[in-house]
Design a protein around this ligand. Structure first.
Ligand code: GA4
Length: 329
């Protein structure tokens, strides 16, 4: 199936290279806290270097992902359909969205039962699980550090105010392995706008993305133009999600992003850790960030309520507007 954008919208969708505009933050830099806050306010997106995650851990999981995605379709389908965990192909979410993608979704809960994968992976399940679990632990540690440095930058105390939602045993974080196959043979003009993952914002707190060196990710800038993100297989990219936008009362921007399939003959493989709070967590502006008499822009809700509402929406919908306060002047 070929997924095309509406041709009439192509002129506004031209993208520019983000090489100069995407902040690159070294976590070991003493100024990291100030730079993180600035990046979250201005773009809602940044690249992390000096993160301390060994490349060996990343490449082991990439190898396992490649092995899985190169299996015949009928085998992979045994691990699907996603409920929302498991294998998915073309279809994204429960409401009719599609993309040029296949993927695996997992909870990050270490007790996750892999029975859906047993018959597909056979003996390789042990290697797969070990690569996945090492990756999740390393990235969780890094995400925790980022959230603590962010809390420092925002002058929030204690510094685990944000990270405790990730470290909580009931944290509702999820992980996805995406495989974007090369575009099918088609005239160049058609291939140009093949959508891998349509535009959307992430509902969670932050998302931690790593991909191989194939381009395709684009983020939306303040003026609505698309910025293409030069891939970097050694770094992580972080985007602000809807929940962090609410917790900062709109100061941080939940960044709209999408994946387009270019002309590469190679697949794009990405791994995304979506940092989610426990289901019962109240998502509301953090009191430290509210000036006297400042009103919340949002009605209070729990992560469970937001997630439930998100799963009823289409990918490109603005999910936060349902929770915005109507202010009568
Ligand atoms: C977007 C961010 C994450 O990939 C995700 C996606 C989820 C899914 O693929 O099941 C959703 C999408 C995402 C938001 C709206 C709903 C749910 C697909 C969709 C159409 C795993 C998530 O948490 O929300």
């Amino acid at each position: 199936m070929v997924v095309l954008t509406n041709p009439s919208s192509i002129p506004e969708q031209l993208s520019s290279s983000g090489a100069d505009v995407i902040p690159v933050i070294d976590l070991s830099n003493p100024d990291a806290k100030t730079l993180l806050v600035k990046a979250c306010e201005e773009l809602g997106f940044f690249k992390v270097v000096g993160h301390g995650v060994p490349f060996e851990i990343i490449s082991r999981l990439e190898t396992e992902a490649n092995k899985f995605f190169s299996l015949p379709l009928f085998q992979k389908e045994k691990a699907g359909p996603p409920d929302p965990f498991g294998y998915g192909n073309r279809s994204l979410g429960p409401n009719g969205d599609v993309g040029w993608i296949e993927y695996l979704m997992f909870t990050t809960n270490p007790d996750f039962h892999y029975h859906k994968f047993e018959s597909v992976l056979g003996e390789n399940l042990i290697t797969f699980r070990s690569a996945l679990s090492d990756y999740l632990s390393a990235v969780k540690r890094m995400a925790c550090e980022i959230l603590e440095v962010l809390a420092d930058g925002l002058k929030i105390q204690p510094r685990n105010t944000l990270s405790k939602m990730l470290m909580d045993k009931d944290s509702d974080s999820v992980f996805r392995l995406n495989h974007y196959p090369p575009a099918p043979a088609a005239p160049a003009a058609v291939k140009k706008e093949l959508i891998g993952f349509g535009e959307h914002t992430d509902p969670q707190i932050i998302s931690v993305l790593r991909s191989n060196n194939i381009c395709g990710l684009e983020i939306s800038s303040k003026d609505g133009s698309w910025i293409s993100v030069p891939p970097d297989q050694c770094s992580f990219f972080i985007n602000v999600g809807d929940s962090l936008q609410v917790m900062t009362n709109g100061r941080f921007k939940s960044v709209k992003h999408r994946v387009l399939i270019g002309n590469s003959k190679k697949s794009r493989v990405s791994m995304v850790y979506f940092v989610g709070p426990p289901l019962s967590e109240k998502i509301a502006p953090l009191p430290w960030l509210m000036k006297e008499e400042q009103d919340s822009l949002y009605n209070e809700f729990t992560w469970f309520e937001y997630k439930t509402s998100a799963y009823k929406s289409r990918l490109a919908d603005n999910r936060l507007c349902l929770f915005e306060k109507i202010i009568i002047i």
